[in-house]
Write a protein that binds this ligand. Structure first.
Ligand code: KIV
Ligand code: ZN
Length: 498
């Protein structure tokens, strides 16, 4: 059996389904290009029938990316497949990913159908997709809870119909690693034509077992795994790309390898986290800020004597060179461009000029501008088309005084000002804002992301605001945490659907 493991990245499809993490097409292209540099084999670019935005992203990613296979998701429905074919028209290498639920629960409650009917629909969809593309992947949704004998019948039938890859998702993240591994082995041993297709894993992390399950699948014969950067994804997320890549790299005893250019792991992790407004937990394996930080005296002593005492991965292998470059107000455009490129962000001259001005403003307010700050700056363009903009904000607060704020907003070119007192500086600022924008809106969640390095660092705020029965997600970043909070609130307001 081949010992190459194909990395199928679904950050832009399954990962992007998370509420509040949606990317626009420009951002998706940026991630897709970074994935190409990282060396992934397949990029799942979207679910084209789900929305015009998703359709357009698949079209644009197909144009922008050269080497990886571009994959589009469909249900086992002819119209979905037609739309996916259309979206993939510019892809140099293309794949259709079609499928249907196969567990008894999906068959009964989702489709009100029978096993035989589902099997027929699966075969029909694969045959239909095969008319347009050679590379067809079939997913048996909820395969984790599908009885093995029936799953084997489905897999055999879809391979006979032309499927080149069969995906065995643990959709609900329920399987134990032993169970999931045994399922893959069962398919290898009991599907007569299994040598005609690659088996893929697709594991969710609801019980914290996604990586363990993926590894169990690979050790039992799967040769493709579906993963996302930082493990992003609905609920508890998907298997983390960086974990599988580094497990396979570290364990030469397993003798499985990927095409992942591992020093690109930390840069893409930061890019995805920043664009999706999704902080990476500090102790996240491989890419967490503490993943290589030894704090106990015994560990520090050991690592200083010989790194191998407590470190199983050389930080350089994941792109941490230990001397992350900081820019200052004296740095020029070339240094800024070079650092942005190292972070996977390419900018044309016009955008560089605009970013440089913002960079100088930031460098004036804080001495050193690090990678996280640059990612915040580069993501700032998302506010360019905002209808409501923050013009100014002045807040007085302290011990023994009632916080008061005055605010200026620019709403479609018209200026408005208001003031208010509040329970704290953020409350005062938001109350002042509400004196200008008289709409029913309720703050549901308010998260301030850790300031990692110093008191002059950029603070990031994530917010959820309810308006008219819907919840809107907003993000703000500023060296002033009250201003970042107001920016996040305004970001939500700009997304309100009237
Ligand atoms: O989790 C899942 O079952 C999926 C399929 C649509 C592949 O994401
Ligand atoms: Zn999934």
């Amino acid at each position: 059996m081949e010992n190459k493991v194909y990395i199928f990245d679904t950050t832009l499809r399954d990962g992007e389904q998370v509420p509040g993490c949606q990317l626009n097409t420009v951002e998706k292209i940026q991630v897709a290009k970074a994935l190409e540099e990282l060396g992934v084999d397949i990029i799942e670019a979207g679910f084209p029938i789900s929305s015009p935005g998703d359709f357009n992203s698949v079209v644009e990613i197909s144009k922008a990316v050269t080497w990886p296979v571009i994959c589009a998701l469909t249900r086992a429905v002819e119209k979905d497949i037609d739309v996916a074919v259309e979206a993939l028209r510019y892809a140099k290498n293309k794949r259709i990913h079609t499928g249907i639920g196969t567990s008894d629960s999906h068959i009964k409650y989702k489709f009100n159908s029978t096993r035989e009917e589902i099997l027929e629909r699966a075969v029909k969809a694969v045959k239909y997709a095969k008319r347009f593309v050679e590379d067809v992947e079939f997913y048996a949704e909820d395969a984790g809870r599908t009885e093995n004998e029936f799953l084997a019948r489905v897999v055999e039938a879809v391979i006979k119909a032309g499927a080149t890859v069969v995906n065995i998702p643990d959709t609900t993240g329920y399987c134990l690693p032993s169970e999931y591994g045994a399922k893959i082995k069962y398919l290898c041993d009991n599907v007569p034509n299994i040598d005609k297709a690659i088996i893929s894993t697709h594991c969710h992390n609801d019980l914290g077992m996604a990586t363990a399950n993926t590894m169990a699948g690979l050790l039992n014969g799967a040769r493709q795994c579906e993963v996302t950067v930082n493990g992003v994804g609905e609920r508890a997320g998907n298997t983390a790309l960086e974990e599988i890549a580094m497990i396979l790299k570290s364990h030469s005893d397993i003798d499985l390898h990927t095409n992942i250019n591992t020093p690109k792991i930390c840069p893409i992790s930061r890019t995805v986290s920043s664009l999706m407004n999704m902080p990476v937990q500090a102790n996240k394996a491989i890419v967490g800020r503490n993943a290589f930080a030894h704090s106990s005296g015994i560990h520090q002593d050991g690592v200083l004597k010989d790194m191998s005492t407590y470190e199983i991965i050389d930080p350089k292998d994941v792109g941490l060179d230990g001397n992350s470059i900081v820019l200052t107000a004296r740095s020029g455009r070339a240094a800024l461009r070079s650092r942005l490129e190292a972070l996977g962000i390419s900018v044309d001259d016009e955008r560089l000029d605009a970013l440089y001005q913002e960079f100088l403003r930031m460098a004036d307010s804080k001495k050193e501008v690090g990678d996280d700050d640059l990612l915040v700056l580069a993501g700032g363009a998302r506010t360019d088309n905002h209808h409501v903009k923050l013009d100014f904000l002045q807040v007085t607060s302290g011990v023994g005084v009632k916080p008061v704020a005055s605010i200026g907003l620019d709403i479609a070119g018209e200026k408005f000002t208001a003031a208010s007192a509040g329970n704290g500086p953020v409350d005062a600022a938001i109350s002042a804002l509400k004196n200008i924008i008289h709409r029913q809106m309720t703050l549901k969640e308010f998260t301030i992301q850790n300031i990692t390095k110093g008191s002059d660092d950029v603070g990031k705020v994530h917010m959820q605001v309810e308006h008219d029965g819907r919840v809107y997600y907003g993000f703000g970043a500023n060296t002033d945490i009250v201003a970042a909070s107001v920016e996040a609130y305004i970001d939500c307001i700009n997304k309100f659907k009237e």
